[in-house]
Write a protein that binds this ligand. Structure first.
Ligand code: DC
Length: 229
């Protein structure tokens, strides 16, 4: 199997660019943030605090998180419920970030991520894919952009979904999440030593996809143009 790891901070355009690049390559796109968001959603709905590690551990024994790849892309299930839309709110973004610093949460989601890469050619995006989850990925990319540009994009995205947003709040959330994600003890957000850095502050989605594909094509074996998904 061939694996592409794309890591980077919140709102760098990872998911949009990664989704399109995966489609062009015929790879399965795995959005690992959705897994952490699903855990964050469950904990929030059940009033469990990220400070209460014992309660978090007990809750993890109760839940199943599953990814399904439907014709319109990845869907994430919490038990029987498709929570793919419910997890896309600023509140759940913060919860995902808070709960993702708990080692038990990371190990709970680890096997699921690794098993995807064993079954499929994947393009997986997250924070620690190139460093921890798929350290042997053939391609590693660290996709980033300035915090201000990322906040601007996140505002647009949420507005398009009909959510009312404040730029200042989104920027503050992004800065706080950057700090939390890159300062946590376990699997912090850092580029892998062998990752290529792609800064998308100055470019649109199409160019970001082009830059990703250029890096991938350099690493794809010559005889493997037709990858099964
Ligand atoms: O990519 P995202 O914004 O949907 O991720 C939500 C949060 O989940 C993010 O702030 C940190 C956490 N996360 C993580 O710790 N490791 C990953 N591989 C993906 C996400």
């Amino acid at each position: 199997m061939f694996a592409i790891a794309i890591d980077g901070p919140a709102g760098a355009g990872k998911s949009s660019a990664a989704k399109l690049a995966a489609k062009k390559l015929g790879f399965i796109y795995v959005d690992t943030g959705a897994l952490y968001r699903t855990v964050g959603l469950y904990m929030t709905e059940h009033g469990i605090s990220a400070q209460d590690v014992k309660a978090v551990e007990a809750a993890l024994k109760e839940i199943t998180v599953e990814l399904k790849f439907l014709p319109d892309g990845q869907h994430v299930f919490l038990g029987e419920e498709d929570v793919s839309d419910k997890i896309r709110t600023p509140q759940i973004s913060m919860a995902a970030s808070a709960f993702s610093s708990i080692p038990e949460v990371r190990s709970f989601l680890f096997d699921l991520q690794v098993s995807m890469a064993e079954k499929y050619n994947v393009l997986m995006d997250g924070r620690d894919i190139g460093t921890v989850v798929l350290p042997h990925a053939q391609v590693k990319i660290f996709l980033t952009a300035s915090a201000e540009e990322r906040a601007r994009r996140r505002c647009l995205e949420l507005e398009q979904k009909g959510q009312k947003v404040s730029y200042d709040e989104i920027l503050a959330d992004i800065q706080q999440r950057d700090y939390q994600d890159s300062h946590r003890e376990i699997a912090p957000l850092v580029p892998a030593a062998d990752a290529e850095i792609v800064d998308t502050s100055d470019c649109g989605l199409e160019e970001a996809v082009e830059r990703i594909l250029t890096i991938v094509y350099k690493k794809l074996p010559n005889d493997s143009v037709d990858f099964p998904g």
